[in-house]
Design a binder for this molecule. Sequence first.
Ligand SMILES: [Zn+2]
Length: 192
Amino acid sequence: MVTTTTSPIQHLWTLTSPLPPAVLRSCRRCHRERPFDSSGKFRLNANGRRLDAWLIYRCRRCGATWNLPVEDRVRPRDLAPAVLRGYQSTCPTLASQVARRRSLLERFGRLEAPQEVEIAVSGAVEGRCDVVIDNAGQVRWRLDRVVAHALGTTRSEVGRLAAGGQLAVLGEVRTAKALRRSVQHRQRLAFR
Ligand SMILES: [Zn+2]
């Protein structure tokens, strides 16, 4: 006997940002707020038995530097050897990890929404299906922009799908409003 299932196909969209976020800060040379990008380089200062480490950022417009404090008077032996070596050798992986510590960065300025976002889709959206969005990296993009990017369409078309009831944001009363907000981790969409 053949049984048919009524539950829709479930897809997964995984968001990643190829570049770490820029920090919006007042630039002392430009005299206005500018995005500062990680240079990927560390600066170290050994003072007696204590170590300070910074990740060097640069103003995107004029190149002025700003140092993000990463370690404050830490004893080198308290650091994992790989981390200490990473600071000393300007390890690109460690620099990229530090530059993605949003809670650290947010202490020093607002974070710029990424210019580029990559969305890995587990399958084509055709007919009735649900989508779960993996945004563990907390990419800050408007949900309608994410949907448009994933479907290869425009935000206005996404708005039309929502208005016509073909797209719903699960757990939200007003889809149109939810589409204008930043995409959440594990947010769920329904295409009908
Ligand atoms: Zn500047």
